[in-house]
Write a protein that binds this ligand. Structure first.
Ligand code: FMN
Length: 229
């Protein structure tokens, strides 16, 4: 069964986004198993703590790295993502060159009572995830849900037929997306190592461009590339 690390960007007990995540978990039952990563126990990001990562950060990184894919379920705060979510993203992206996010297939969704249902926050998150974090993020369908109590029952089932169908379609696409990336790793056994090397290499390259050094020529998949010495 596919293992999905679920990152909910709200610490609120009765969070609508937690409710949405639970509803998705029910719809995905039998296909995907959800692990809710704990972002509440994380300290505020402090680069001084990187040398000896706090246990909550180690657990966060392990949960992400052991998953086949990542599902972000986020509220919108002031037209962006909540600080607690950014804090978790920053922690799991460290130490430099050892990001837990890189190459992991992801999907983004969210709900708020507002008319545009977290659309702006999701755009910010998409830019962070598919940009610097180097995650392949599912493009469609986009899930902007204007929260309404009547969409869910007390057991977190989606009672509105159209919403349930829509969310089921999203999960099916996400499952295919995760499977596609898993298949790429199987077909090309060195694919994930290569991706990580490229990711770490580009991190090193970035560092080296600020203090020019010599580069070695290295052959990767038949192509000669410049590699930091
Ligand atoms: C600091 C703060 C900023 C907010 N900004 C937005 C916003 O920009 N857009 C929006 O649709 N809702 C906004 N809201 C309302 C949230 O969508 C609402 O509180 C929602 O319930 C939060 O998600 P949750 O239920 O999963 O905790 C904001 C709420 C807070 C506390």
């Amino acid at each position: 069964m596919m293992k999905i690390a679920v990152v909910v960007g709200s610490l609120r007990k009765n969070s609508y986004n937690k409710k949405l995540a639970r509803a998705l978990e029910k719809l995905a039952m039998g296909k995907m198993s959800f692990t809710y990563v704990d972002i509440a126990s994380l300290p505020l990001f402090n680069q001084d703590l990187e040398a000896d990562l706090p246990p909550a950060v180690m657990k966060l990184k392990a949960d992400i790295e052991s998953a086949d894919g990542v599902l972000f379920v986020t509220p919108e705060y002031n037209r962006s993502i909540p600080g607690v979510l950014k804090n978790a993203i920053d922690w799991a992206s460290r130490p430099y060159g050892q990001s837990s996010w890189a190459g992991r297939p992801a999907a983004i969704c969210g709900t708020s009572p507002g008319a545009i249902g977290t659309a702006v926050a999701q755009m910010h998150l998409r830019s962070i995830a598919s940009g610097f974090l180097d995650m392949p993020v599912l493009g469609q369908p986009e899930i902007y849900i204007t929260y309404k109590d009547e969409y869910f029952d007390a057991d977190q089932n989606v009672v509105n037929d159209a919403t349930r169908k829509f969310l089921q379609g999203f999960l099916d696409k996400f499952a295919s997306w995760v499977a596609l990336h898993a298949a790429a790793c199987r077909c090309a056994p060195r694919y994930s190592r290569l991706r990580r090397n490229i990711s770490q290499g580009s991190a090193r390259l970035y560092r080296h461009t600020t203090e020019p050094r010599f580069y070695k020529r290295r052959r990767i998949c038949g192509f000669f590339c410049l590699w930091p010495a």
